[in-house]
Design a protein around this ligand. Structure first.
Ligand code: ARG
Ligand code: GLU
Length: 707
């Protein structure tokens, strides 16, 4: 009897409802997914999340983007008032806050709070998309390519996509975007309204918004108040409009209610947002290549770059300010790639995939279109190995190596307009603008050292001769790579703002020609040409891999009919669900799921810039007692989910997603429920900062707070 009870109990414990993994399409929360969600504790219906004939929670979700590329959402936001107030991360608004900052008004350092709508700050170029509806257009698109293969298929597909998108937009003020799902075996059309007047309403100082900085980035426990407030403005008719002072606050169909009840271990959580890219269905060969070739080479190159930048930042306060955003940017992916290697190795992801492939090969024997897929994968990835290594050097160390390479690339492109330029004065002025923007946060001495390191790396990486373009072949230059870089810089007009401005002020076709003969410019051109060549070879392999990925997905679904597949992230609207949960990070280390203000006091160190807690926050702590700050949960998220609203079982806002925990950042390739955690700022900390720290209670007054 006892044994039976114990077995029954352990079954319960060992087989929890397999929630956690997956980024689901809200428009398809078919019976299975919504049932799973309800089993996990969700109290609402699928129509409460996504409906097209009535208001639903999806109407309160915003994809943030830029004019010209509104469908690649860099971040997510949530509408929290019926006057279009939007909450997103601090790091999502970073560039807006920086753009409005000056020496007199340093909003990054001091924070910014508009006292009324008149003080809210416009952000030209920022867009906020709200999803109207999603339609399955698979049949129509696949019919258009049915008899075609290879390049012909690609071309026909592109045309069909454009045709269906245009038809959906016709006569409306909506924008349509079709993207592939399940490795391109299905296609969905998303229809958006894209608002173009998005203003900055509030942001805490960086010492709160990115407390912990790069030191804590990608790790738990965390103590960042990573939030900011924006507002969407619309025309008279509540429809999208270009910025105009007379625009009105957008009246949303739905907004999120905020609960002050808080979250506890085990509570249901759900994340809405626009996750960017994941690859959960890659073969073992791809994972091996990622761990052995791709990530290590990129990490090595960025390590060298960061070493130079960090040394510069430590040596000089002005350099620290100039390079802080750049360093954060370079370091973000650099750190994640390292975490991916660790996680993929520790959780034996390649081995497990190999086991699946062996099972597949046995299953596929004798099935004409299935047999041999694994073998084809092996062959294609083998052919890709050296190419991807060379590509990483050409791009990470070359075109994106020293910053000046970027400037040269831009100017070389612009120089091509010269023959057709009528108004030379306007042309020169616009070049000068580009140049000014570049030099605003540039230090030539630092960049020169970066170039030296990139040249040294290129020549000592053990690359095959053919993968080193002639222009950077300097295995042992007299005086070393430092001297070589110094020489290139000294002979370049592109590294000296005064010299470059002078050249631009009298630029014509002839002098542009002369500028492009400078050795540094030649070097950039040579790397560029090499990268182009590699891109060609790589995209040929990629084209074949795409076809294989489609066949693999179809076959896998056939082999595992009981498995519930979700499509990889592709910057479209998704919902992830899971629960608040701590985790065993390493042997003997268990992390609890919640952090509090007390932890900020423990980390506080005025000698370390990342850990400077503001004095006022410390005073408040003494008065307020212990306020919750962040929490971790098992929601499957990735880049793009920054700023995503995190909701409880009632659909009320409990937090804001902003990161993932170190031990599980391999989740873009393999999600493991025991270790993968998303990190959110607790909405109670957000309210505390707005209300108690900033005294901006008028903003809290706009929100709907519930128990
Ligand atoms: N890792 C987070 C993301 O991928 C946060 C990045 C910004 N924060 C930072 N300390 N660099 O966007
Ligand atoms: N910080 C990421 C972003 O900006 C989210 C973290 C992740 O990659 O999961 O989207």
């Amino acid at each position: 009897m006892r044994t039976i009870i114990i077995i029954a109990l352990s079954c319960l414990i060992l087989s929890p409802a397999r929630a956690d993994e997956g980024m689901w399409i809200p428009a398809l929360l078919n019976k299975y997914t919504i049932e799973e969600m309800q089993k996990a504790g969700f109290k609402l219906s699928a129509e409460d999340i996504y409906a097209i004939n009535r208001a639903s929670l999806k109407d309160a979700v915003v994809g943030l983007g830029r004019e010209g590329q509104p469908f690649s959402h860099s971040c997510t936001g949530g509408i929290i008032s019926d006057e279009g107030l939007v909450i997103t991360n601090h790091h999502c608004s970073h560039s807006m806050i920086q753009a409005h900052s000056s020496l007199e008004h340093n909003y990054l350092r001091d924070g910014f709070w508009a006292r009324d709508k008149g003080e809210e700050l416009a952000n030209p170029g920022i867009t906020a998309s709200i999803l109207s509806r999603v339609e399955d257009v698979t049949e129509e698109l696949l019919a258009a390519v049915a008899t075609k293969t290879g390049e012909e298929r690609e071309k026909a597909l592109k045309e069909a996509i454009a045709r269906v998108e245009r038809a959906a937009e016709e006569g409306t003020n909506t924008r349509a975007s079709i993207k592939p799902y399940f490795n391109g075996t299905r296609y969905f059309l998303s229809i958006f309204k894209i608002y173009r007047d998005v203003r900055l309403v509030g942001a805490p100082p960086s010492a709160i918004g990115s407390f912990g900085g790069d030191t804590d980035n990608w790790t738990w426990p965390r103590h960042s108040g990573d939030f900011s407030l924006l507002r969407i403005y619309a025309g008279e008719d509540n429809e999208p409009a270009a910025y105009a002072p007379g625009n009105r606050p957008y009246k949303p169909a739905a907004s999120f209610k905020i609960t002050t009840r808080g979250v506890q271990e085990g509570d249901f959580t759900m994340v809405f947002g626009y996750p960017g890219t994941t690859r959960e269905y890659l073969p073992s060969f791809a994972i091996e290549q990622l761990v052995e070739v791709d990530n290590p080479s990129k990490i090595k190159i960025r390590t060298a770059k960061l070493d130079v930048i960090k040394r510069a930042m430590a040596s000089d306060e002005l350099l620290r300010i100039k390079y802080s955003a750049k360093a954060a940017n370079v370091a973000n992916a650099w750190k994640k790639w390292q975490g991916e290697i660790k996680g993929l190795t520790r959780f034996r992801v390649a081995e497990e995939k190999r086991e699946l492939e062996e099972r597949f090969t046995r299953w596929a024997a004798g099935k004409p279109e299935r047999e041999g897929l694994v073998e084809q994968y092996r062959r294609l990835y083998a052919g890709r190995r050296d190419l991807i290594l060379a590509w990483n050097y050409a791009t990470e160390a070359g075109t994106r190596g020293a910053e000046v390479m970027n400037l040269i690339a831009t100017l070389r492109r612009r120089f091509r307009e010269l023959p057709d330029t009528r108004d030379l004065a306007a042309y020169r002025a616009s070049l000068q603008e580009t140049v000014d923007a570049f030099f605003k946060n540039y230090d030539a001495a630092t960049d020169r050292q970066v170039l030296a390191e990139m040249l040294r790396l290129y020549n000592s990486a053990g690359l095959d001769e053919q993968w080193i373009p002639d222009v950077v072949k300097f295995p042992d230059p007299p005086g070393g790579h430092e001297r070589l870089a110094a020489d290139l810089f000294a002979r370049s007009s592109f590294t000296d703002p005064a010299r470059l401005s002078r050249a631009i002020s009298r630029l014509d076709a002839r002098s542009a020609e002369r500028l492009q003969r400078e050795p540094l410019c030649r070097m950039q051109e040579g790397i560029d040409r090499f990268a182009e060549q590699l891109r060609g070879s790589l995209s040929e392999i990629q084209g074949q891999l795409d076809g294989l990925d489609r066949a693999w997905m179809v076959a896998l679904m056939e082999m595992q009919p009981e498995r519930h597949f979700y499509p990889d992230a592709n910057s479209t609207f998704r919902v992830a669900f899971g629960k608040v949960a701590g985790y065993e990070a390493m042997d003997a280390i268990y992390y609890k799921p919640n952090t509090t203000l007390a932890g900020i006091m423990q980390k506080d160190n005025q000698g370390i810039p990342d850990y400077n807690a503001p004095a006022r926050l410390k005073e408040l702590l003494a008065a307020a007692g212990n306020v919750p700050v962040c929490f971790v949960a098992t929601n499957h998220t990735t880049g793009g989910n920054s700023g995503s609203p995190v909701l409880n079982a009632d659909g009320h806002l409990v937090g804001l997603n902003f990161d993932r925990a170190w031990e599980g950042v391999m989740s873009d390739y393999a999600y493991r429920p025991e270790i993968c955690r998303n990190i959110s700022v607790d909405i109670r900390y957000v309210l505390f900062i707005i209300d108690k720290y900033a005294g901006a209670n008028h903003l809290v007054g706009e929100m709907t707070l519930v128990e």
